[in-house]
Write a protein that binds this ligand. Structure first.
Ligand code: SAM
Length: 311
């Protein structure tokens, strides 16, 4: 359905936990171990079903780290079974992906985005607090072997921290049919708020002039390729090129609250209407209609880290 600004809202992102097995320096506060209320697979199914009745066709499971929950395949299976849901994708740091990839594919997962900010072991350890880069690469291979291609890699670069690894990341898109997407640092933490660290898409493009634009169906990412590239390099620039006027997303948090905009604190509690599907749909329609025009990243830091909101 359309919101009050005429945007067709068709994409639901469900954060199923705020717990994470990593502790990325730019993501949240030090609360990745905290267990906020989490709903059962059936509860996410029920709410997603009501969303599907309001026009949602695409779902992404995120977190926190979704694979810290052993029931992710069940969540995927239930959501993929909903009439009207065409794709169910997952965003993960891939540390546990090797053991889940096949089961997720069998459950109906259609795609996977993997967060990887550096291909260098010590930089990766510094960024995430864990020495597990080898597990991420094993996870990428397992996803490809399970048929979850094309795998997309998302990277957040920070000046003086991991930005000098951009070329190695781009090389991944040259050598493999993988999309490597650079996402601008957003103000979700003290580091995220530090503009001096942010690397914009235009800065990267100026540094790598061999990248030429290619057509793409996606609204949020601009894609580029160099000669002989098997994959693409994407730029997602929510700060330097705000794309809120094209936003088609809405978020369900792990505790069942709905967050209409990533960059606005307001959430809505629909659990009181949980047992009445028609009322649940009506409430969801009201919330979609009230989706704000856009984020206010330029005004202030967000209260919650992305581990709480679901990146
Ligand atoms: N744990 C999963 C993962 O790592 O992909 C899903 C959740 S994580 C919060 C989702 C994405 O948010 C990651 O790609 C991460 O890099 C990104 N992210 C976290 N904090 C960010 C920030 N301040 N600015 C931009 N992206 C951020």
């Amino acid at each position: 359905m359309k919101d009050s600004f005429g945007r067709e809202i068709s994409y639901l992102r469900i954060s199923i936990t705020q717990r994470c097995n990593l502790n990325c320096v730019y993501c949240g506060k030090d609360d990745c171990a905290k267990k906020a209320e989490e709903l059962s697979p059936e509860a996410y199914y029920k709410i997603a079903k009501a969303f599907a009745k309001c026009g949602i066709t695409k779902v992404r499971i995120t977190g926190g780290e979704p694979l810290v929950r052993a029931d992710v395949p069940e969540i995927v299976r239930l959501i993929a079974s909903i009439e009207g849901i065409e794709t169910v994708a997952l965003t993960t740091n891939a540390v546990y992906l090797k053991q889940y990839a096949k089961r997720l594919k069998d459950a109906g997962l259609t795609g996977v985005n993997i967060s990887l900010d550096s291909t260098d072991g010590s930089t990766y350890r510094h960024l995430t607090g864990a020495d597990v880069l080898h597990k991420v690469f094993a996870g990428i291979e397992a996803a490809e072997a399970a048929g979850l291609a094309p795998v997309k890699i998302n990277a957040v670069l920070m000046k003086g921290v991991n930005a000098d690894g951009a070329e190695a990341m781009i090389r991944l898109a040259k050598e493999k049919p993988i999309d490597v997407r650079f996402i601008e640092l957003m103000p979700f933490s003290e580091k995220g708020e530090n503009e001096a660290l942010r690397v914009t898409g235009d800065e990267l493009l100026a540094k790598f002039p061999f990248l030429q634009p290619v057509e793409s169906e996606e609204g949020t990412a601009r894609y580029y390729q160099g000669d002989g590239f098997l994959g693409r390099v994407g730029f997602i620039n929510p700060v330097s090129r705000k794309f809120c006027s094209e936003c088609n997303r809405i978020r369900l948090l792990c505790d069942g609250k709905i967050k209409p905009c990533l960059g606005q604190e307001k959430t809505f509690d629909v659990l009181p209407f949980f047992h009445d599907e028609q009322r649940l749909c009506e409430e969801i329609k009201k919330i979609i209609f009230q989706k704000p025009a856009g984020h206010n990243f330029e005004l202030k830091r967000q209260m919650h880290g992305l581990n709480q909101t679901g990146g």
